[in-house]
Design a protein around this ligand. Structure first.
Ligand code: UD1
Length: 342
């Protein structure tokens, strides 16, 4: 029988790609989403890719009753991947309580139910945001975390603390917080990808929407940083590689003999690219000149961050398979399909 993995935020960007990776690796993903920041159309895309209807529940992860009904109905859940969370930095500053309620509340509900139903394996979606602006690059898991510069970032740090404390208490819980760098790209089928509501906050959807003519131009946030071309540097990782890291994390957890185990692992490419490099690469792969302008810095942005991925390579036995070019090609294919179907 296939091992069931509960995937919260399963209709989301990373969740949907991880659902495909899980199914391909022989697991049975059980998806949960409340569509607060995702769309039902994702399920259609998944069905086409998987050639089967994914197991799906519409539920709010902070609602213990709704979530318990899923644990009961499914019976033998092997592990959980907790993606479901709010993630807009600016919004979190304006509505902090909403962020604490949702991002902490959902984790607490899951931890309670996992204990109740004897589920021990959990992969948690954390973020490189916990490092702030690192003093040294590349950033390793030993690099100190910095005071978060938004309630969103603080929820990620607090969730990591909750997991660390839960494991320290000796309860039966094996968990890894994956610190994602910047996920980009889409499934090569063009059937699923990033689907932001309204005006995108993130760079790549803004780039592809501008190229598709949905936005007039894109502003590069700051060209006076202390970097080679003055624009910010990030570690852009293909969402397919990121999805694959979750599969490898379950294998890693399974190999651990301890009953209580906590670890953190960076998931990036190990390479930094500037905003202008991303734009240039996009122009190259799409063959489209992008209408961009240089503008002021965005408050709260860190100057540069990229990952040391030695730990992911060694302990997860994982490495990236896709380049930034692949990611931008896939993101562009996805955007073009979206425009066609609208
Ligand atoms: C942001 C969050 C990060 C979070 C992630 C999830 C901050 C400081 N970080 O990452 O914690 O996990 O979103 O969504 O907010 N850019 C432009 N023009 C644009 C959009 C972006 O120049 O229109 C630049 C940004 O200044 C940045 C880079 O592109 O240098 C990437 O931005 P973005 O995609 O928003 O990701 P982060 O800010 O790195």
């Amino acid at each position: 029988m296939k091992s069931k993995i509960l995937v919260t935020g399963g209709a989301g960007y990373i969740g949907s790609h991880t659902a495909v990776a899980l199914a391909t690796a022989g697991y049975e993903p059980v998806l949960v989403d409340n569509f607060v920041n995702s769309s039902k159309s994702v399920l259609e895309g998944l069905k086409q890719i998987l050639q089967a209807e994914p197991t799906f529940y519409e539920a709010d992860c902070t609602d213990k009753q709704q979530m318990e009904a899923i644990f009961k109905k499914e019976g033998n859940i092997r592990g959980v991947i907790h993606f479901a969370a709010y993630k807009a930095v600016g919004e979190s500053v304006a509505e902090p309580i909403k962020y604490y309620q949702n991002n902490l509340g959902s984790l607490l509900v899951l931890l309670e139910l996992m204990e109740q139903y004897g589920v021990a394996e959990l992969v948690f979606s954390s973020s490189c945001t916990v490092y702030g602006q690192p003093d040294e690059l590349p950033v390793t898991e030993q690099s100190p975390t910095k005071p978060a510069n938004s309630p969103y970032g603080r929820t990620k740090q607090m969730c990591e603390d909750i997991l660390r404390d839960a494991v320290a208490s000796g309860r039966k819980l094996k968990t890894v917080a994956l610190r994602y760098f910047n996920p980009v790209g889409a499934h090569p089928s063009g059937l699923i990808g990033e689907l932001p509501n309204g005006v995108p906050n993130n760079l790549i959807p803004f780039v592809t929407q501008t190229a598709a003519g949905l936005r007039e131009k894109i502003t590069v946030f700051g060209d006076d940083y202390n970097t080679s071309d003055g624009t910010c540097i990030r570690d852009y990782i293909h969402v397919l590689d990121l999805a694959d890291a979750h599969i490898k994390t379950f294998e890693y957890l399974r190999d651990r003999s301890e009953n209580s185990f906590y670890d953190v692992v960076n998931v990036g490419t190990g390479q930094g690219n500037s905003v202008l490099e991303v734009i240039q690469t996009f122009e190259e792969v799409s063959g489209k000149p992008l209408n961009y302008q240089l503008g002021p810095r965005r408050p709260g942005d860190v100057e540069q961050v990229w990952a040391d991925v030695a730990k992911a390579n060694n302990v997860l036995n994982w490495k990236t398979q896709h380049s930034l070019k692949d990611a931008l090609k896939d993101a562009w294919r996805w955007q073009q399909n979206l425009v066609k179907t609208e």
